[in-house]
Design a binder for this molecule. Structure first.
Ligand SMILES: Cc1cc2nc3c(=O)[nH]c(=O)nc-3n(C[C@H](O)[C@H](O)[C@H](O)COP(=O)(O)OP(=O)(O)OC[C@H]3O[C@@H](n4cnc5c(N)ncnc54)[C@H](O)[C@@H]3O)c2cc1C
Length: 348
């Protein structure tokens, strides 16, 4: 039996970021990813640069795969255009994940592709099948339909359905991000137009499957896209991210900004925090692990994600009136824009 201190299931942005920071600290671990390459799921490929006091570049430590930096997002509602000032990085996410893996491997990480974990068994430690790998601590960075969550017996997460594709036939300002929040486009959701280097990542999503289907049928008639990729975004509040000697990370723990379905930056932040918690467990050779410590360390980011969740709930399920939503968004956008401008001037 192959033995490790830590086993990470899942080589998405969450698992790979964790791998990089664990490798830096010299922790013994193995990461198992079911696919033979990175970035196999749907994503808009946008990354909000500053979240919860973290700067993406401090976590990523590279510029590989960054295609554009966009400061302004135009949000189109039934009642006009709202302009949000917020630095967003448009990326080639396959390159981002490959770069994270490269950095992790350079620091000594053991990343294994084509390794789907089919079963988790608990004896004195965890045993992963069919790999026959034993680990003292298990990290579930295995996405929305996490086998690790299931193993912990936690209830399923709520999710939104979304679809994205690449198009080079969009006639909008290429220096801005464009978002439509209109009920005649999609109810309980929004559509997006993200300018990449040579094309657009466009997509549409909704919290309700029937509304998504209706909206997507119209959307795909309107825009020419070679291949649509569908996926799911967790929209529950961040949930209890641990069990005995197990921690959950990224989509597996619903660590997403639910109001906009953004999980890239929150996953990376939580991975950074998880790495520090795991380092503490390593000091005691993974004896008497108190995984609750990880949840405590997440306190600030979890609080922020919960507020975002409440905002989404308020907008989509309580208010619902498009005019009031427009007014609410306007206020929120003014505050957020001021915050990011101050941040840029180094005043926050
Ligand atoms: C259509 C769409 C658009 C989006 N757009 C954006 C956006 O523009 N910006 C943003 O910030 N967020 C966006 N998101 C959300 C974002 O993509 C996710 O929150 C983020 O990818 C979560 O990363 P993760 O590593 O937790 O999960 P994932 O990216 O799902 O990675 C999990 C990994 O685990 C692997 N895995 C799963 N089970 C097993 C197993 N049993 N054994 C081995 N490996 C396993 C999977 O193959 C996968 O590689 C979008 C989501 C969707 C669906």
């Amino acid at each position: 039996m192959e033995k490790h201190d830590v086993a990470i299931i899942g080589g998405g942005i969450a698992g790979l970021t964790l791998a990089k920071f664990l490798a830096e600290q010299g922790i013994d671990f193995v990461l198992l990813e079911e696919h033979n390459g990175f970035f196999k799921k749907a994503c808009g490929e946008g990354i909000t640069r500053f979240v919860g006091g973290y700067d993406f570049f401090d976590l990523y430590e590279s510029h590989a795969g960054i295609e554009k930096s966009i400061d302004e997002t135009n949000i189109y509602t039934k009642y006009g255009v709202l302009r949000l000032y917020m630095p967003v990085l448009m990326t080639d996410k396959e390159k981002i994940e490959s770069e994270l893996a490269r950095q992790a491997i350079k620091r000594g990480a053991d990343i294994r592709m084509n390794e789907k974990v089919a079963k988790i068994e608990k004896g004195e430690n965890f045993i992963l099948h069919p790999q026959n790998i034993e680990a003292k601590l298990l990290v579930g960075a295995d996405g929305l339909f996490s086998i690790t969550r299931k193993f912990l017996g936690l209830k399923k997460l709520r999710y939104a359905v979304a679809v994205e594709g690449l198009s080079n036939e969009i006639e909008l300002d290429v220096d801005k991000i464009h978002v439509e929040m209109k009920k005649n486009v999609v109810k309980y959701g929004y559509s997006w137009f993200f300018p990449k280097k040579n094309e657009w990542n466009i997509g549409i999503g909704s919290l309700k499957l029937n509304e998504f289907k209706k909206a997507f049928n119209k959307f795909k008639m309107k825009y020419n896209v070679k291949k649509w990729k569908a996926g799911y975004v967790p929209v529950s509040k961040p949930v209890k991210p641990y069990g005995k000697n197990v921690i959950l990370l990224g989509d597996a723990a619903s660590q997403t900004i639910a109001s906009v379905g953004a999980g890239n930056m929150p996953s990376m932040i939580c991975a950074r925090i998880a790495a520090d918690a795991i380092k503490k467990f390593a000091i005691h050779d993974f004896r008497d692990i108190d995984t609750k410590e990880y949840e405590k360390a997440l306190h600030n980011i979890t609080k922020m994600l919960k507020q975002e969740h409440n905002l989404a709930f308020l907008m989509y399920f309580v208010i619902r009136n498009e005019y009031i939503i427009h007014k609410l968004l306007k206020k929120f956008i003014e505050q957020a824009s001021q915050y990011y401008k101050k941040l840029e001037r180094g005043e926050n």
